[in-house]
Write a protein that binds this ligand. Structure first.
Ligand SMILES: [Zn+2]
Length: 204
């Protein structure tokens, strides 16, 4: 019995195995580590007779914070914008930079026999408002999130840091009972100069 079978033997009931990736550019082979491990776990769970769903998410509203495949003028223009809002640099028919790079990664899965039951794109989910309660929880409990960063990732954020603030130039700008945040601050899309309750909104 290997480690995945041991894991399966310790569980009961239906299981959901979930992974996700930020499609920030060309990926290196090491990026397959997560999908391969979760595929092994999924197979072991199913072998043990557990009803199991394998999901794969694309974090395509994360902000551009690297420069893969972008020309210098494009870097200046696109830095800090959500990857889903950046045009496909290759121009081969994908709806966005994110869709181009995510599809390359997804196509690799098939060759490896990794077949998620469902792919989901955060650019489809955030605008529905489904994430708003979870965003609120993270903001309400920002001190807990800062403590997790400190203990798990050895990252010490200042006491005024709020979850989301490290996404490139995007993130939470202020929080006064209502989240006031944006995705995609850039020269063309600056943050608001001041936040008031009337400004409280979630912008995508
Ligand atoms: Zn493309």
């Amino acid at each position: 019995m290997d480690w995945a079978d041991e894991l399966a033997a310790s569980l009961a009931g239906p299981q959901v195995v979930n992974d996700s990736k930020t499609p920030s550019g060309t990926v290196h082979v090491g990026s397959l580590r997560g999908p391969v491990i979760l595929d092994v776990i999924t197979r072991a769970l199913r072998h043990a007779g557990l009803e199991t769903q394998l999901l794969y998410g694309i974090d395509d509203l994360d902000a551009m914070d690297s420069q893969a495949l972008l020309t210098p003028d494009a870097i200046e223009r696109e830095m800090g914008r959500p990857l889903a809002h950046i045009p496909d640099q290759v121009g081969d028919g994908h709806a966005s930079y994110a869709r181009h790079h995510a599809q390359t990664f997804i196509d690799l899965f098939e060759g490896l026999g990794i077949r998620p039951d469902r792919y989901y794109w955060m650019s489809d989910i955030y605008p529905t408002g489904q994430m708003d309660p979870f965003i609120r929880t993270a903001l309400d409990r920002a001190a807990v999130v800062r403590d997790l960063y400190r203990r798990v990732a050895n990252v010490q954020h200042p006491d005024h840091w709020l979850p989301g603030a490290d996404r490139g130039l995007s993130g939470v700008w202020a929080f006064a009972g209502q989240p006031v945040w944006w995705l995609g601050q850039s020269a063309q899309h600056p943050a608001p100069a001041a936040a008031t309750p009337a400004d409280a909104s979630v912008q995508y």
